[in-house]
Design a protein around this ligand. Sequence first.
Ligand code: FAD
Length: 384
Amino acid sequence: MMMRIAIAGGGLGGLTLARILHRHGIGAVVYEREASRSARSQGGSLDLHPESGQQALAAAGLAGRFRSEARPEGEEHRILDPAGRTLVHHKPQPGSFSGRPEVDRSALRDLLLDSLPGDAVAWQHRLVAATPRPDGGFGLMFDGGHSADCDVLIGADGARSVVRSLLTDARLSYVATLVELNISDADRRHPDLAELVGPGNLWCIGVNQILAAQRLGDGSIRVGISLRADDRHIDTYRSKRALLDIFDGWDPRLTALIEAGDSPPTPRRIEAMPTGTRWTHQPGITLIGDAAHLMPPVGEGANQAMLDAAELAAELAAELAAELATNPADPDSAIRTYEEAMFTRTHPIAEMSARVQAMMLSPTAADDIIRFFTPQPTEPAPAD
Ligand SMILES: Cc1cc2nc3c(=O)[nH]c(=O)nc-3n(C[C@H](O)[C@H](O)[C@H](O)COP(=O)(O)OP(=O)(O)OC[C@H]3O[C@@H](n4cnc5c(N)ncnc54)[C@H](O)[C@@H]3O)c2cc1C
């Protein structure tokens, strides 16, 4: 009998996993809480790294389609100080595809969704509880009263994972506040801002605060303001006036990014799991992506989620191929192997992400960043 695999969450991790399993002839159902693919804006763009996100897309057979969706020119980035002086301006080689090209999240998610059979995603299925069954596997309960059973449950349900609590009681900590705004049709409506941001990313670094902006493929600009964690109510950040006060004294060409926002700002708390979180393996269940290792957003989370998916899918496929010749499949050795490798790979990345996050929102962030981007003189050769 075929093993029934349930994936909770149809984000980048869950969909990559479903796609690679599908390529190996292994069916899985993705239970996604959203009502449809267009129910919610998917946010800004991501740069996919060759050794993680791009590798996962190659395993998914989607490298070619990725190349046609990605924007290598989006790698261009500028770092300014609050007076508008350029500290760093990085331009990729024209036409180069060797680095970390940007792709809009919505384009990437669509690419994955389009690669799956139409019934692979059960939309409007928010998992509320998973209960181990005495004979193995899990009973799943969804918001609204639906239920289902599975033999293997994979939690790809993001930062506030429901599945995580079956494996670890790790608590999230609040690491920063992020406030987002959108500027649509920027070239026509705000050509000066379009030029300031360029084809990629702009970061304006102040003391304990960053004003960033990012060009998306649809011609809009996404503005993101990062602030240190504090005990102010989140609603404090819902007005442009309050944000402009926080950036008082900054060059008006930069704060124009706040004024130009289409609608009121959207604030949210950024959280992280303790670095080094791991759990003791339990039969028939595991986690990928933010559910497994939520880290501060400094450019690794989606890449690692997709690589988790590729590595878990490869282990499961190898196990199932070996088992077909003999007994009913036992996925647990595949899950164990995946978990050990994932903990080893992601722990240093989570530590680095926490360090970079703290550096970006420190009083000396601008100096630290210049040092980071300035080539260090090579050590003189030791004298004979
Ligand atoms: C502002 C910001 C910028 C970032 N920039 C980058 C970047 O440049 N590069 C990078 O690599 N990473 C970046 N990240 C991190 C990245 O977004 C995440 O690490 C990545 O999306 C994790 O993928 P995931 O599939 O694990 O989770 P998600 O993408 O969060 O997907 C989880 C899915 O599960 C669904 N879901 C949640 N709960 C349930 C439930 N109970 N039942 C059913 N479905 C459920 C959700 O609707 C969602 O579709 C950034 C994060 C933020 C916040």
